[in-house]
Design a protein. Structure first.
Length: 256
């Protein structure tokens, strides 16, 4: 995917130079960005809650982020014990690195302190390199077309944490990350309002995407049915389009 789009208006502007990178699904990024291994960007931790599990809020990784759940909620899979669950801190990233071909979700940022199943990998962002919300958008993008699946080594499409740590992520400066997150938050808030109001087709005019992306996005979003799974899938596609827009262009600081 080359970064060669043009936009009208003054919300986005091109970087002066780009460079090729060794990520199969992204051919180039701004020349000032660095490629950093995930093992540098994230510090994995696994603190088992043990018998103190009653003191922790139960959390669940969902397609709409990490949500709070009641210990008395018997829907879905219920463990025989929560003592093996692990602690999650606010702004930790939670990764589901197994069943990459069929899993409904790959990652999420936690807005809560609590506990979650130890089947997931929990890591703290190294904020000298990456801010949590930029990481959240990047991995939504990675999961949008299940790109990480190509790195799995077995029939269950599982990626070990060591293998995940060896993969590299394109990293802008912290200031650029904040601008990208601000821009994407702004656009996603519009998407959510349009989904709620069922005025989805108008979204393409607000995004200002290039013609070929507009055409694809329009055909996808006009097909939305009022069902939660469908909305989630198309919201994920919107995240993908928006992240690529944000990744390829510097973001104007005047955006409010």
């Amino acid at each position: 995917m080359a970064c060669c789009w043009t936009f009208s208006g003054d919300l986005l502007m091109r970087y002066k130079q780009y460079k090729a990178i060794e990520i199969p699904w992204v051919s180039s990024v701004p020349a000032s960005w660095t490629m950093v291994p995930n093992k540098v960007l994230f510090r994995k931790h696994q603190n088992k809650v043990g018998e103190a599990f009653k003191d922790f809020q139960l959390l669940s990784l969902t397609t709409n982020g990490i949500k709070q759940k009641s210990l008395f909620d018997i829907k879905g899979k219920v463990p025989t014990s929560y003592t093996g669950y692990q602690e999650v801190n606010e702004n930790d990233m939670v990764f589901c690195l197994f069943d990459l071909d069929v899993s409904a979700v790959f990652s999420g940022i936690s807005p809560y302190h609590g506990m979650i199943t130890s089947a997931y990998d929990v890591a703290k962002c190294n904020e000298s390199y990456i801010i949590p919300h930029y990481a959240d958008y990047w991995f939504r993008f990675v999961f949008s077309n299940r790109y990480s699946k190509i790195y799995s080594k077995n029939v269950r499409y599982t990626l070990s944490y060591d293998a995940f740590g060896s993969l590299k992520t394109p990293i802008p400066t912290i200031n650029e990350q904040k601008k990208i997150v601000k821009y994407l938050d702004w656009q996603v808030s519009k998407i959510n309002k349009l989904i709620s109001s069922k005025k989805i087709p108008y979204m393409v005019d607000w995004i200002g995407a290039p013609v070929f992306c507009t055409s694809i996005l329009n055909s996808l979003l006009c097909a939305i049915k009022p069902t939660t799974p469908m909305l989630n899938r198309h919201r994920a596609m919107a995240f993908f389009i928006l992240f690529v827009i944000g990744m390829c262009f510097s973001v104007n600081t005047k955006i409010i």
